[in-house]
Design a protein around this ligand. Structure first.
Ligand code: MN3
Length: 208
């Protein structure tokens, strides 16, 4: 990942704001990247500016160490470092047109651990729908196996030493303008724009 250390900057999306149409609309992508993610970046830079001892930690190290930080900054670091890391991963894993299906070693691992791509997709949809309030669903790798997990708010599986491969942001700000309150429609649309090449790269990195 680029720009892993303080000061954090909002890296441009690797595609246009309208590139994911008609699955995710341009306005949502603009607000999500330029406003929501920017806010997490600003908040994270602010807390690190006032705590120079933390400036040498990478984004992942900040997430992993947040639970040991002093009470007055631990939630701020956890929420905002998580907010930056999770959003970067989410945006990086979108692509239109998409390959639609995983291939290579990731496809084989999905078949091995879920039975088939279809069974994986069903389980992932259920997990994404089950997140109460705001959060994420994830495909992660840990202990030799793929797993589907969910996290509330901006918590990150990196915190629990799980290696992220794929994620969907199910905060309402990710879909409300187009899909209104119907999260299931957003999830179905999201399945059309997964960057499976990137997911495979993440999986291979998890294995190393
Ligand atoms: Mn979001």
């Amino acid at each position: 990942m680029e720009n892993e250390y303080y000061p954090f900057v909002n890296l441009p999306l690797p595609y246009g704001y309208d590139a994911l149409e008609p699955y995710i609309d341009e306005k949502t992508m603009m607000l999500h990247h330029d406003k929501h993610l920017q806010t997490y970046i600003n908040n994270l830079n602010d807390v690190l500016k006032n705590n120079p001892g933390l400036q040498k930690l990478s984004l992942k190290e900040l997430i992993r160490s947040s639970s040991c930080l002093p009470q007055n900054i631990k939630n701020t670091v956890r929420n905002n470092a998580g907010g930056v890391y999770n959003h970067r991963l989410y945006f990086d894993l979108l692509k239109n047109p998409s390959e639609k299906r995983p291939s290579g070693m990731l496809a084989a691992a999905i078949d091995r651990d879920f039975g088939s791509y279809g069974m994986f997709a069903e389980e992932f949809k259920k997990a994404a729908l089950s997140v109460f309030g705001s959060g994420y669903a994830w495909l992660v790798y840990a202990c030799g196996k793929l797993k589907i997990v969910t996290t509330p708010n901006q918590d990150s599986p990196v915190c629990h030493h799980l290696c992220p491969i794929l994620t969907i942001d199910v905060w309402e700000h990710a879909y409300y303008l187009k899909h209104y309150n119907v999260r299931t429609d957003y999830i179905v649309d999201w399945f059309n724009i997964i960057n499976w090449d990137k997911a495979e790269k993440n999986y291979l990195e998890c294995l190393t």
